[in-house]
Design a protein around this ligand. Sequence first.
Ligand code: NDP
Length: 400
Amino acid sequence: MSKVLIIGAGGVAGVVVKKCAALPEYFSEIHLASRTVSKCEALQKEVGKDRVKGVYAVDADDSQQVVELIRKVEPALVINVALPYQDLPIMDACLETGVHYLDTANYEPKDEAKFEYSWQWAYQDKFKEKGIMALLGAGFDPGVTNVFTAYAAKHYFDEIHYLDIVDCNGGDHGQAFATNFNPEINIREITQKGKFWENGDWHETDPISVRKDLDYPNVGVRASYLLFHEELESLVKHFPSIKRARFWMTFGDQYLTHLRVLENVGMTSIEPVEFQGNKIVPLEFLKAVLPNPGSLAEGYTGKTCIGTYVTGLKDGEEKTIFIYNNCDHAETNREVGAQAVSYTTGVPAMIGASLMLQGEWMKPGVWNMEQFDPDEFMARLNKYGLPWQVVECERPFEQQ
Ligand code: NDP
């Protein structure tokens, strides 16, 4: 049985639904649920009722609502592309009903801008005992970047030592300020302190304070800033030979200027404030006035380049490789009506789900992407829209 229940109907969900719908050999039936059912209905209309069989309203913060929905739909797998806040209630519902689980971002409590795997890794024994599987972080970063690392370790090195994951959006959406995925989650992520792993410990940096300029294939030189990103946590755990792991993301000056102003006036705060007799969270209000990331696709030009630099030893010699993908905003818009950031997240989620349902990536418990054999996943990236390259190169940033 390969019936899936997709929860969430935003930018990423649109890509997951369309990609799954195009592959009936992997996904026999698709059901779609979200907080705002009209968004599910719109997607169903676009894709067709023959593939999206049912649409439902659900508040996935409430585990019991998800339990009832799962009992009604009886899927083999729940694909969670709602928000990180819903990870635990949806995992609880999967446990109660004995259904497999997949997501693209790790759990984050709503009242604290802090994401880490501890909460979800704590489900390991319960999922094992129930005989069900959870695949965590099956987007691009985390997700594909973890698989790139596993692929490098398997095919190119005896031991891996240094990781630099780089995420460049070289695209232009023509807006003064917009985020490419959920604005609330995105701004919480980048306004946190930076953090990297070196010699067995985490080291913190002030938010967006460490900058290097890096030349991205098919994009060019872009200012790249050190951030903490969730795949660093699982990769240093699963590859203990790693001496240093860092994550870099590109931001333009215009984006950073807007962000600084918004921060300075308090608009990125998650502390509720009193406004005309109501409590409102400034960042949630900001999300409401910013462009919806799903709406950026039309007219978006340029490419993303996301990849993993891996340095390690092969036959006693040190070498570095870069594994990366370029994704073109206009092409993804033509294919599925989405910009490349939604696309690069949605396609890996579909591939991870297909591998779970086919039994290729299936073992009870809670797992990160790098814990499975990377080869078939890498093959499917090439087949389903995210072709990748491997080049031998110098260690990044070291010469600057
Ligand atoms: P959007 O904001 O576009 O969509 C989120 C969807 O979740 C909306 O349809 C929203 O409903 C729904 N939702 C929110 N709260 C609930 C709830 N309580 N119950 C049910 N549905 C709910 O976000 P994106 O599509 O941009 O991002 C989706 C996920 O993908 C996020 O978790 C994000 O962190 C992750 N992501 C991962 C990346 C990766 O590479 N790993 C990259 C980019 C994103 P409503 O319409 O009512 O608000």
